[in-house]
Design a protein around this ligand. Structure first.
Ligand SMILES: [Mn+2]
Length: 346
């Protein structure tokens, strides 16, 4: 296991030096943020990021994310040019020593929450999701907290229209097409692609979501058996679906060598489809983080880990989910779990 920490590049308010001071931190998970989706990341931008990390003693072996252009998800004729650019990105990142790329295949909307600062009685705050509240919103005129408004209302409406004919089956076919096209770049560089599950793991506003459950992974691995077709095992995203048995899944996919990257975080169910994010410890929420880590270790997991979303604590007003303090506490807790379980098993 290699412990890592997400870092939003030079715009991040958290200095790399602070990240390095968290015990056992091997590197950061980052990305080039100032190149439009679908374009090739210039080598000098990639190498600059890498040297900033290395100056502070941190590796840059995981990229989150290289975003997938909507035309690829839609399967439009223009997808091939965007896939070519993606291919080149893999080659360039491979040259810079990157080993794993996290990406997702969610149409239009990335992760969705209804409140970014849900207050807890201890004074901390965290992100939460209320399904009814979200469903009352109009996707065609959406102004959600934290959702980056990269589209104008017109663009958003056009995009939603384009998705009208896209069923789950079609979207999955488009994912398979994309993966088959880029696998040679992964074979050449040794980079593992690690698809992030849909968050939360169910359809949104009539848009299909396809990486949500055991059934999704079965289809994914069968369709593209290449060993570089892997996953980001995100406990919070998958765990929002009560139908997912995370312990079973962690063990199974780790044994198959499919988990390149693990996002570990906690949440507390507050309704059938509702949840509030919590501190990482098992005792803080509904997921058995100990049992999940144990399943990963028993399955032979040897990938990258990062503490996923933390709360805002100690008066910090960090980027929602991405403050320093609670994620550092999460890393310390996860380090302890891994050490104890690994020693016990050996
Ligand atoms: Mn995640």
């Amino acid at each position: 296991m290699k412990m890592t920490f997400r870092w939003y590049g030079e715009g991040d308010s958290i200095p790399l030096e602070y990240i390095k001071q968290i015990p056992n931190m091997s590197g950061v998970v980052t990305a080039v943020y100032d190149v439009p989706v679908g374009e090739v990341w210039p080598m000098d931008k990639i190498l600059r990021l890498k040297s900033l990390c290395e100056e502070k003693g941190l590796e840059m072996e995981v990229i989150e994310s290289v975003p997938v252009h909507e035309d690829i998800k839609l399967g439009k004729p223009t997808r091939d040019k965007y896939i070519d650019a993606y291919y080149q990105n893999i080659i360039n990142l491979g040259k810079a020593g990157v080993k794993c790329i996290c990406y997702n295949f969610m149409p239009v909307f990335d992760w969705l929450r209804t409140n970014l600062k849900t207050m807890d009685k201890d004074g901390s705050n965290s992100l939460s999701y209320n399904h009814e509240e979200l469903m009352r919103l109009d996707p065609r005129n959406l102004h959600l907290p934290g959702w980056d408004e990269s589209y104008t209302t017109d663009e958003l409406n056009n995009l939603l229209d384009e998705y009208k004919g896209i069923t789950k089956e079609k979207l999955f076919e488009n994912l398979v097409y994309f993966l088959q096209e880029i696998m040679p770049a992964c074979d050449e560089t040794g980079i593992n692609m690690a698809i992030h599950p849909d968050d939360p793991p169910w359809d949104m506003f009539g848009l299909p979501r396809i990486i949500t459950s055991e059934e999704s992974y079965k289809k994914l691995f069968e369709a593209v058996p290449n060993k570089h077709n892997g996953i980001t095992f995100c406990t919070g995203s998958l765990g929002a679906g009560r139908f997912n048995d995370l312990v079973k899944m962690a063990k199974e996919y780790a044994s198959m060598g499919r988990i390149g990257f693990a996002h570990i975080r906690q949440l507390r169910y507050s309704g059938e489809l509702d949840f509030t994010e919590a501190g990482h410890l098992t005792s803080a929420g509904s997921l058995d983080i100990y049992a999940i880590v144990k399943a990963l270790v028993e399955g032979g997991f040897d990938g990258y880990v990062r503490p996923d979303h933390g709360r805002n604590i100690w008066g910090e007003d960090g980027k929602p989910g991405y403050g320093l303090y609670d994620r550092a506490l999460g890393a310390a807790y996860l380090n302890g779990l891994f050490e104890a379980i690994e020693k016990e098993i050996k």
